[in-house]
Design a protein around this ligand. Sequence first.
Ligand code: ADP
Ligand code: ADP
Length: 228
Amino acid sequence: SSLIRLEQLCKSYTMGGQSFLALDHITLDVREGDFMAVVGPSGSGKSTLMNVLGCLDQPSSGTYYLDGVEVERLSDNKLATIRNQKIGFIFQQYHLLPKLRVIDNVELPLIYRGMSRRERRERTIEALQKVGLGDKLHHLPSQLSGGQQQRVAIARALAGQPPLLLADEPTGALDSRTSREVMALLQELGGEGNTIVLITHDPAVAAQARRVVRISDGRLTEEKGAVS
Ligand code: ADP
Ligand code: ADP
């Protein structure tokens, strides 16, 4: 079934009295278990799409269903709740809190979930073991390599077991070998039934997803692996 459904979705920006469509009538279905990349050059609309999919920004028109909930026009409070419950974010710059130990960085988003401390700890440790960092629980982010920091961020995204993992240029700050390791981890997670949407400008990174859609001047076209 569909986890994400966009119907005729538009986002317009106004500049100097002129309005233009950064997202131009996008229709898209992402099924549970899909591992999909959105690829396109700078200025094509990736950040705008990421912000809408991530419930950080509202579309100008059209509809967006996420896990059965019609999210456009919800209040900012409701959007924040949906972000916390439904989406695990992975960013180019990791966005770890530098003064918190690895284990506390991963646990933090779970605190807003009303889980017992014991369950939070269990899920946190399980997620860190999953990404191969079970021996780094008490390190600070600065004591880890870039690839390890990104794996902490992936563990943080996984720990809440959200229906959607949304990764924005997750390899953008990494060298090519480390980048391959992080992509191998995402492929493994995709193979285990996680739904992953990966946004990237890099066709070589996108090619490692099972399905690829291209964005160009705010329009989407299927490139590889679509299921009809
Ligand atoms: P990408 O992430 O692929 O580089 P963006 O989504 O950032 O693309 O931008 C798509 C287009 O929308 C670009 O032409 C960009 O300049 C424009 N744009 C993005 N954000 C804004 C904004 N807040 N106001 C006006 N124009 C914007
Ligand atoms: P990215 O590196 O993720 O593509 P950008 O450099 O395109 O990000 O944009 C950085 C920020 O500036 C974003 O918040 C975007 O919405 C905003 N932005 C991008 N282009 C424009 C623009 N032409 N006018 C106003 N804001 C913009």
